[in-house]
Design a binder for this molecule. Structure first.
Ligand code: MRU
Length: 334
């Protein structure tokens, strides 16, 4: 698997996910400005991956300023963490990872240790996400009966996690164990993470999948063609309400109506116990131009408006189970 984010000795190497699948383009991140731009423009995206990348960015900045005295270094690092936390509001992993990096800045006493401690922490965040992905896959496969036909939305694989993935991780494992008969991927308008990224990722890994438009999901459920739905999460509130890519809520309502089990797959680093319910989750609104066009080409007439919520919230009552690395929970989720 290609690593979408990798820390080297003097640079962070990323895959620019905006040009996939046409172009597999690597980019090198040297400073805070480039890192913030990469997150905002979705060159780096997917909740766990954003967290990992933000942690590596803090390391990269610490390397850049390592000749300053300890207090000045800490000051710059704290303000950089603040900047990074403003890049995208919904994915909790960003805040989870940055909080860990902030704690290292605050508790390290000597300059010699600071860089090393930050490197260790960031590496650990990355390694922990790997272990979480593997465990979620192990817990999740038991929900796949023989020859399951699964449906998924957005991209939740290694492009979103640096590792096997959340919802897609279960699908990889299910295919490997021969439990999956068919994978359907929603194209995921407006930025087409399903069409561009999930289809590319699965193809790269030799997995046959069928792409459908977002509005085809209901028809397939009505025809009895979907046995289970697996989705990721950007933030899970304390009551189990789940923010995920726009369209996930619609899928969950359809799933309830058609009696199709609806699973949310997310590491505990996505669970935000300080947010009581979904209505307290900040939903990112992005530039209307993403809806007014496709891949930079305008499709709507000039001068019209568009509304572009990047995520929606699925109420916990619609979720069959939340699959985490710690195990599987069913409602009530508190
Ligand atoms: O806007 P994106 O592409 O960052 O949105 C990503 C998603 O909504 C994923 O489903 C979510 O982050 C879970 S990924 C493991």
């Amino acid at each position: 698997m290609i690593k979408p984010v990798e820390l080297f000795r003097d640079v962070i190497k990323i895959i620019d996910q905006t040009t996939l699948p046409e172009l597999v383009r690597f980019e090198y991140i040297y400073n805070l400005e480039q890192a913030c731009e990469a997150i905002k423009k979705l060159k780096v995206r997917g909740a766990p991956l954003i967290g990992i990348f933000a942690a590596y960015t803090v390391v990269q900045i610490a390397r850049e300023i390592k000749d300053r005295d300890l207090e000045r270094m800490k000051e710059i690092l704290r303000s950089s963490i603040e900047e990074l936390s403003k890049t995208r509001p919904t994915a909790y992993n960003l805040f989870f990872a940055l909080e860990r990096m902030r704690r290292v800045v605050n508790t390290t006493q000597t300059k010699d240790e600071l860089l090393q401690n930050l490197e260790n922490e960031a590496k650990q965040i990355d390694d922990e996400e790997k272990a979480r992905c593997e465990k979620m896959a192990s817990h999740g496969v038991r929900f796949l009966k023989e020859k399951t036909r699964v449906l998924t939305i957005c991209n939740t694989g290694y492009l979103a996690t640096n590792h096997i993935g959340t919802a897609l991780g279960i699908i990889y494992r299910g295919v490997k164990e021969g439990r999956i008969q068919k994978v359907f991927a929603l194209e995921t308008r407006p930025l087409l993470q399903g069409a561009r990224l999930t289809m590319w990722e699965l193809k790269e890994n030799g997995i046959d999948a069928t792409l459908i438009t977002d509005n085809t999901a209901g028809l397939l459920m009505a025809k009895g063609m979907i046995d289970a739905i697996f989705v990721g999460a950007d933030r899970i509130a304390a009551n189990g309400d789940t923010a995920n890519k726009i369209g996930t809520y619609t899928l969950a309502v359809l799933a309830k109506y058609h009696n199709v089990p609806f699973y949310v797959v997310a590491p505990t680093s996505t669970i935000d116990p300080s947010t009581p319910s979904g209505k307290d989750i900040i939903i990112e609104q992005r530039d209307p131009s993403e809806v007014l066009g496709i891949m930079g080409r305008r499709i709507a007439p000039e001068g019209v408006n568009a509304l572009n919520y990047a995520f929606d919230v699925t109420p916990y009552e619609l979720i069959t189970a939340i699959i985490t690395e710690e195990g599987v929970v069913e409602p009530p989720f508190e």
